[in-house]
Design a protein around this ligand. Structure first.
Ligand code: ADP
Ligand code: MG
Length: 701
């Protein structure tokens, strides 16, 4: 395609001019020919199809019918009159209605003549009717060129107020297509078009605006969606390929003593197949010449820690240090404890560095790090500080990545002469299709099975009115020595009210569970960090039986003795949040329970969320449902990613196409990494244009 012509400013299109050009730019972001060309219709009015009256349904939208007016009457109504025509075809009768200009219509409608009427049908008082239909005598209709599907473009109030109607935009579009048709060259390799049966670029662009039929429209959409997804995937994969070529990683080539000895003699349990597979994937990365950038997804409790430990041992065996960073102090401590327990039989240990480590303990630790004497460091953000210097950091593991900024991650890169290998662990399952777009340039490993013998958490919904029963249940569990979480929603918009609910709840629980028999903790965001830590620690140690909290406990805390999670106003939580909260229980050997409290009046979405929770414990299934309910824009971490502002494809609905696009993009890069094959010339050209336009791959032709 000749970019020159397509980058012509829209003001040069006949009939546009500077005033309307400004309007188009402000309202629709259209400033060039190309922008207009890629302003795709939101929907179409299908004028290829004729309905009979007997085919109408109550939810039929706009339809086109051939028939005749057999009767006309003017009806008095509260304000003014209306004209009602009885319209008949061989299959039945309906009404056509005019509220305005009824006299004008009354005089012009020819009784008994075949007409084509078009409009939205309503169902009212046992009859179908159409108000202010478009209407044309059949014989005139038949003389005109074939009418196809009418595009309906995105619009704004200001546009229509200023006379830029849908009709006008369609007119411009037809004109534009005529002008640039010769420039619309192919942008996908011929072999790919052929093997996938996709229509050519020019045809697709014409048909997306003015389709000849539903089938042609579907083909045009499929082609353009595929192209969009294909180039995103190609760009992501090429980025990954480039990074691997450019950034030399530390090659951990040997599987040494520590790893082998631990694996053979000190594994506390048999690894699951999923864990073994992930460790193989990580080993392959670490052993290659490239720097690892791997995302490890695994539901809560799936056993990510042991994977981290094995990776750390690989680093040690190759003469490198490793660090593990967690988002909160408690999590860092828990990791530290878990890792030290695992390593103890090996005579190894790790340092713990958090904000509260005293200077006198800190100093020798930092020295041991710098000298290389200390192989492993576990901690919070404190690990990132500049004065924390390693002898030879080779691997950085980050837990619960969504609490961690990109900038902070970048600081890790500076801790050695080359960036260390990075392993990011997250318990937030991301549906595969979304992960492909969001993290398409990372490698992804998934632990998709839980360790054996885990009892799934039993989840039930209870109405607010059943609260006393829930209290009784809590007492029974506490009597067995278990602990209970009670979680309240807290959102910014209703913060004051939410705090009141939390405090009221805390009071009523304190009354119901009096001291000294019971001890109740409370933790929320308005407390000082020290106080929060203090209360959390009391609960972790089992000194309190009930933890009343807002969602601050969401991330990773491990209290295996807690067996009940009560979630108040559960309908107000998102699905993935509910799932994260539920993950706090079911960590020990006992049967655990999640009780979702809510009102009996639920919106449909809320009902779906709660039913999904009661039905399944599978994080990936929950994430898929969440994605369908909320769309990708709201999911964790997607906001800042331009990857999801797609022009025509939809990562949720077009999952199949996305998978195909990824597959073919990977295949193409593998077979022809330099894109030098003649058939791939169009790909190289488009990639070059994408780079020029800062990866605005959405619609660069
Ligand atoms: P998470 O993925 O949430 O970080 P952890 O690594 O904390 O999960 O593991 C959760 C619990 O499961 C721990 O108590 C751990 O010892 C145990 N565990 C992990 N892997 C296995 C396994 N293969 N078999 C049995 N228990 C396991
Ligand atoms: Mg964990």
């Amino acid at each position: 395609m000749h970019p020159q012509r397509l980058h012509t400013e829209i003001t040069f299109l006949k009939g546009v001019g500077p005033g309307r050009a400004r309007l188009l730019s402000q309202e629709l972001g259209v400033t060039t020919y190309q922008d207009l060309l890629y302003l795709f219709p939101n929907r179409y009015i299908d004028k290829t199809r004729f309905y009979t009256i007997s085919q109408l349904e109550r939810n039929s939208a706009e339809v086109q019918i051939v028939g005749q007016v057999v009767h006309l009457k003017t009806v008095e109504q509260k304000k003014g009159k209306r004209l009602v025509a009885t319209f008949r075809d061989p299959t039945g009768e309906m009404e056509l209605v005019w509220f305005r200009s009824h006299q004008w219509f009354r005089e012009r409608i020819a009784l008994g003549e075949p007409y084509v009427v078009y409009g939205r049908v309503n169902w009212y008082a046992g009859t179908y009717s159409m108000a202010h239909p478009e209407m044309e005598l059949l014989r005139k209709f038949e003389q005109k060129p074939r009418i196809r599907m009418q595009p309906i473009y995105p619009s704004t109030e200001r546009l229509s107020r200023q006379g830029v109607t849908n009709r006008l935009i369609a007119q411009w579009m037809a004109q534009l297509l005529g002008e640039v048709e010769a420039d619309l060259t192919e942008t996908l390799p011929g072999t790919l078009l052929e093997s996938l049966g996709l229509v050519g670029k020019k045809k697709a662009l014409i048909q997306i605006h003015f389709p000849d039929s539903q089938a042609d429209l579907a083909r045009a959409q499929a082609r353009l969606k595929f192209e969009e997804l294909f180039y995103i995937q190609l760009a992501l994969l090429a980025k990954k390929q480039q990074r691997k070529l450019k950034i030399k990683g530390f090659a951990f080539q040997q599987v040494g003593d520590h790893f082998n000895r631990f694996y053979r003699e000190h594994l506390p349990f048999e690894l699951t197949d999923a864990q073994k597979r992930v460790i193989r994937e990580i080993r392959a990365d670490l052993g290659s010449q490239a720097q690892m950038n791997r995302l490890l997804q695994g539901d809560v409790g799936s056993g990510k820690t042991i994977v981290a430990v094995l990776a750390m041992l690989l680093a040690l065996d190759n003469g490198y240090q490793a660090c593990l960073v967690a988002p909160t102090e408690i999590l860092a401590q828990q990791h530290h404890q878990a890792v030290c327990e695992l390593l103890e039989p090996m005579g190894l240990s790790a340092g713990l560095l958090t904000g509260s480590v005293k200077e006198k303990d800190r100093k020798p630790m930092l020295e041991a790090l710098l000298s290389g004497e200390l192989p492993f460091l576990i901690g919070t953000h404190a690990v990132l500080e500049d004065r924390v210097r390693f002898h030879n950091l080779g691997l950085a593991i980050i837990d619960e990545q969504h609490r961690f900024g990109v900038a902070q991650r970048a600081r890790l890169w500076k801790k050695n002469t080359s960036p260390p290998h990075i392993l990011v662990m997250t318990a937030t399952p991301i549906p595969r299709t979304l992960a492909m777009s969001l993290y398409g340039d990372l490698d992804i490993s998934v632990i998709d099975t839980l360790p054996p013998g885990r009892k799934p958490v039993k989840t039930v919904f209870r109405k607010d009115a059943d609260r006393l029963k829930v209290f009784r249940f809590m007492k029974d569990e506490i009597a067995k020595g278990r602990q209970v979480y009670v979680v309240y929603p807290l959102i910014q918009e209703s913060e004051a009210l939410d705090y009141k609910d939390l405090m009221d709840g805390f009071e009523s629980i304190s009354r119901e569970f009096p001291q000294p028999q019971y001890q109740v903790s409370i933790v929320h965001g308005q407390m000082k960090p020290e106080d929060k830590e203090f209360e959390m620690r009391r609960f972790v140690k089992g000194q309190t039986q009930i933890m009343v909290a807002t969602t601050v406990i969401e991330v990773g805390v491990n209290v295996p003795n807690a067996s009940v999670m009560v979630i108040e106003s559960a309908e107000r939580f998102g699905l993935s949040q509910l799932h994260q909260l539920r993950g706090r229980v079911g960590r020990g050997a006992d049967q655990s329970y999640c009780i979702l409290m809510g009102s009996d009046k639920l919106s449909e979405d809320a009902r779906t969320r709660l039913q999904t929770m009661c039905r399944t414990n599978d994080g990936f299934e929950i994430a898929e449902t969440d994605l369908k309910l909320r769309g990708p824009g709201d999911l964790m971490g997607t906001q800042q990613s331009g990857v999801l502002s797609l022009r025509i494809a939809d990562v949720v609905k077009d999952g199949e196409l996305l998978r195909a696009a990824r597959h073919h993009a990977a295949h193409l890069l593998e077979a022809d990494p330099q894109l030098s094959h003649p058939d791939n010339r169009v790909v190289r050209d488009k990639m070059a244009r994408m780079e020029v336009f800062k990866n605005r791959w959405d619609y660069i032709s």
